[in-house]
Design a protein around this ligand. Structure first.
Ligand code: EPZ
Length: 418
């Protein structure tokens, strides 16, 4: 178990380059299965989830190598159609193997990813949509077996919730289905648009990605591609909140400000000074911030992946605020840990009510999930005294060079292994 030790009290100041988006790179990696041609993906963050996805592709039969921030997928002609629990349980996004392998091999067996700390994470929306495309589905012993004798056929698919993963999975299947697929109530995240751009580079015919309805005209074959992954909007939001909570100022480079409009609008409303150019954001604390209520929603609403970090900030503002979590059913595991710093938070159903406190005192805390971990690091950066954050392997799944970047901004951190 490794830990980070943080001595709080420093204002974060300086500039960092935002890494490529984990949640965009992952579906794009799985898209390489749709062609036998080679592919090159750049601006890929160095994260354990990416390493897991690369290992997964190699296991399936797609020779894939990551060097620095570039992933090269080589020509491969024979794929396994079975994704074992050992791999799928390490990373839920492995469920994205279904779309490409159903499209190419007409059959796939995937262990159900199972739940995680933030929720049961069912895949019913994925499976219902695959059935609409003509797949036969059987679920037994924690494993999903799907097959389609005559190949997938385009269909009208409507999602009860704009699931990011289900939208990606259906995109990855429909591009090689016979005929047209229309997804209504699709997820609109920037990562969906990035995936659609890659698929169209490969020769697919996807229109409307980023809007509520996406149309896919199936084609017979897809070819290789080169693509630079979009910046990670959640990482960017995390560093902006780090500047706000420590009353400092950061300049983020290689970022797409339009992707975090909902977060920056709320921060501007609270009084943070934010200036944007095409690919930079400068965020500066200039006066005491006012608490703001937020409700998490699917994009373009306030992102659930920034909820925990936002909560840490609200805990230290003078006044009361409320956060409603509408995307996951159990995404308040960081509340108990923030209370160890001295936070005054009350959970009521799917919302929390926060009463601002004057300061946090450093404490030993434990990370339950990726974004909760980010919130605890932010709290440690501003808490008086020493904070020890353990189980930081969760953080290494989603934050590229977190300690290095925070130290560059003046954070007083050291990593302890034991
Ligand atoms: C993606 O997860 C992200 N992960 C998550 O980021 C993010 O929190 C989430 O989208 C929402 O934005 C990746 O992109 C790898 P969903 P995903 O399907 O696709 C329910 C992070 O921190 N649902 O949009 O799994 C589900 O339980 C991670 O980087 C069903 O009920 O999210 C959840 O409550 C955490 N049935 C809600 O929908 C389904 O078939 C949103 O899930 C699918 C989802």
């Amino acid at each position: 178990m490794d830990k980070i030790v943080i001595r709080g009290g420093r204002k974060l100041k300086g500039e960092i380059v935002v890494s490529g988006s984990k949640n965009s790179a992952l579906p794009i990696l799985f898209a390489t299965l749709l062609t036998d041609d080679p592919a090159t993906i750049t601006n890929v963050p160095s994260l354990t989830d990416i390493d897991t996805a690369v290992a997964f592709l190699n296991f399936i039969g797609k020779k894939t190598v990551k060097k620095g921030n570039t992933v090269k997928a080589y020509s491969s002609y024979k794929y396994k159609h079975i994704a074992p629990y050992g791999l799928v349980s390490k990373m839920r996004a492995s469920i994205l193997i279904m779309g490409p392998l159903l499209a190419r091999l007409k059959r796939v067996e995937v262990s159900l990813p199972g739940g995680c700390a933030i929720g049961a994470r069912p895949v019913d929306i994925h499976l219902d949509a695959f059935k609409k495309l003509g797949a036969k589905i059987s679920v037994k012993g924690g494993c999903v077996k799907t097959s389609t004798k005559n190949g997938l056929k385009g269909a009208a698919v409507s999602f009860r919730f704009p699931s990011v993963g289900a939208t990606e999975n259906i995109l990855l299947a429909a591009v090689l289905a016979k005929g047209k697929t229309i997804i209504t109530n699709a997820a609109r995240e920037p990562e969906i648009e990035d995936l659609a751009n890659v698929l169209n580079k490969m020769g697919a015919k996807v229109t409307g990605a980023g809007a509520k309805n996406i149309e896919i005209e199936g084609v017979d074959k897809l070819h290789g591609f080169t693509h630079e992954v979009i910046p990670d909007r959640i990482e960017a939001a995390t560093y902006i909140i780090a500047a706000a909570i420590t009353k400092g100022g950061v300049i983020l480079k290689k970022v797409m400000p339009q992707h975090l409009k909902s977060v920056n609008d709320k921060l501007k409303e609270s009084g943070l000074c934010i200036k944007e150019t095409k690919d930079t954001i400068s965020a500066k604390w200039v006066k005491n911030l006012k608490p703001q209520n937020v409700k998490t929603e699917a994009y373009p609403g306030f992102p659930t992946d920034v909820q925990a970090q936002w909560m840490a900030l609200m805990c230290l503002l003078n006044g009361e605020s409320r956060i409603e979590e509408n995307v996951f059913e159990n995404r308040f595991l960081h509340v108990a840990e923030l209370q160890r710093f001295g936070a005054d938070i009350t959970i009521s159903g799917k919302a929390v009510n926060i009463k601002g406190v004057k300061k946090f005192s450093g404490a030993p805390v434990m990370v339950s999930d990726l974004r909760a971990g980010a919130a605890l690091v932010l709290a440690g950066l501003v808490a008086k005294g020493k904070t020890v954050v353990s189980r930081i392997y969760h953080l290494n799944r989603g934050y590229d060079m977190l300690e290095k970047k925070l130290k560059k901004l003046g954070g007083d951190l050291l990593q302890e292994e034991f």
